[in-house]
Ligand binder design. Structure first.
Ligand SMILES: Cc1ncc(COP(=O)(O)O)c(C=O)c1O
Length: 404
């Protein structure tokens, strides 16, 4: 590799501190080869060669920086990490094979047996399982608290509390948690705050600016944005990200260069996608509120949302997930879903294609009825992850069941 931006010219290197987020999304992190390619290169190589044994030894030991082996270094993955770090305003980013392996890597790197986690009750179902079934097995316990009850976070603190973990807005009920308030409680307890920023992405919300220490991403969602690949990331201070990278180097839940390249190119359109998908979500949420067959709509951009004011303070829009309760129960919810022709019946979100999900029997089907009741996930609940189709077509699809 030669110098970052323009190998054979005297132009100054790209300095991320000088540019706006839209610019960072398309230009941050570029590392050009000697060929001077304009689009970012995809380096499909598992290992790297050295000129001699001394150079190999220096690279392996970290005395000289550079690529060694793709379990922990690959130029395409590095470009994606640097671009995401620039967008989140983080010192460093470590990419992982999925969102779940980002959470796993963070906890394995930064916590130890005997430590305690406080997490919001409404975190993603697999995250709950990871905490309850696996971390618990290795002596790391978790207390779940009501997502929006700041006093409950404070009351749950133990001398061994090392990590607070929240997801805002939450899935699927779009509860919004005051990040700055939870960061205050975490720091008073001498603990770190990790925020799963999957629903908003850095285009709409910057948790580090609000006091969080670590950001988790399922890059599978809006960062890719077109439902193509799995990926994840942990962002934060360099010291802590070095620990996460050490875990990756040892254990290997690494992002493939191909997936990194897809996500890197996905980041280029992130802000315009988030803006367009949020605008459609708001329009559809307002329409749903007016339908006689809808009991309740959950969308942070609506004035009726219980945490609307916090959402408008810490997010630049309501994001693109809308949930609603249909009048009736599971039968009505399934009838509505089964009557659609265009919307994709799938559990994923963050795609340009709108998806429709019945959380109680899919994403949250593995948690107990009691846990579902405690989280307010009723059988009548439907989640929409709004994409880029026309709102009129979405409305038509959601109304078909009335004629069946
Ligand atoms: C909020 C949230 N965090 C984490 C994950 C896990 O991400 P992945 O599927 O990439 O492992 C998901 C997946 O749906 C999610 O919705």
């Amino acid at each position: 590799m030669s110098s970052p931006e323009h190998p054979s010219s005297a132009r100054a290197a790209f300095d991320p501190d000088q540019y706006d987020p839209e610019t960072l999304a398309v230009r941050a992190g570029i590392e050009r080869s000697q060929f001077g390619e304009h689009s970012e290169a995809l380096y499909l190589t598992s290992s790297f060669v050295f000129n001699n044994a001394a150079e190999a030894a220096a690279r392996f030991s970290g005395v000289t920086p550079g690529n060694v082996y793709a379990r922990f270094t690959n130029p395409t993955v590095t470009m994606m990490q640097d671009r995401l770090a620039a967008l989140e305003g983080a010192e460093a980013c470590v990419a992982t094979s999925s969102g779940m392996s980002a959470i796993l890597s963070m906890v394995m790197a930064l916590l130890k047996s005997g430590d305690h986690i406080i997490a919001s009750r409404s975190i993603f179902g697999s995250t709950q399982q990871l905490f309850a079934n696996y971390f618990e097995k290795f002596g790391i316990s978790t207390t779940l608290v009501d997502a929006t009850d700041i006093a409950a976070y404070r009351a749950a603190v133990r001398p061994t509390t090392r990590l607070f973990f929240i997801e805002t807005p939450s899935n699927p009920l779009t509860e919004v948690i005051d990040i700055a308030a939870v960061a205050g409680v975490a720091h008073d307890a001498g603990a770190l705050l990790a925020v799963d920023n999957c629903f908003c992405s850095p285009a709409l919300q910057k948790p580090l600016e609000l006091g969080a220490d670590i950001i988790i991403h399922s890059a599978t969602k809006y960062l890719d944005g077109q439902g193509r690949v799995l990926g994840g990331a942990v962002c934060g201070r360099k010291a802590e990200m070095d620990e996460v990278l050490r875990f990756l180097r040892t254990a290997g839940p690494t992002l493939s260069p191909f997936n990194a390249w897809i996500i890197l190119k996905g980041l280029e359109t992130l802000s315009i996608r988030m803006e367009a998908q949020s605008a459609r979500a708001l329009e559809l949420a307002r329409w749903l509120e007016k339908q006689a067959w809808v009991d309740r709509v959950f969308y942070p951009g609506l004035e009726s949302h219980p945490q609307h004011a916090i959402a408008m303070r810490q997010q630049s829009s309501g994001a693109a997930v809308v949930a609603f309760e249909v009048k009736g129960g599971r039968d009505e919810a399934w009838k509505l879903i089964d009557s659609t022709r265009m919307l994709s019946i799938t559990a994923n979100l963050g795609d340009t294609k709108t998806t429709i999900t019945h959380p109680a029997t899919t994403t949250h089907g593995r948690i107990s009825q009691e846990a579902r009741d405690a989280s307010g996930i009723r059988d009548s609940l439907i989640r929409l992850a709004i994409g880029l189709e026309s709102v009129a077509d979405m409305q038509r699809d959601l109304s078909r069941w009335l004629a069946v």
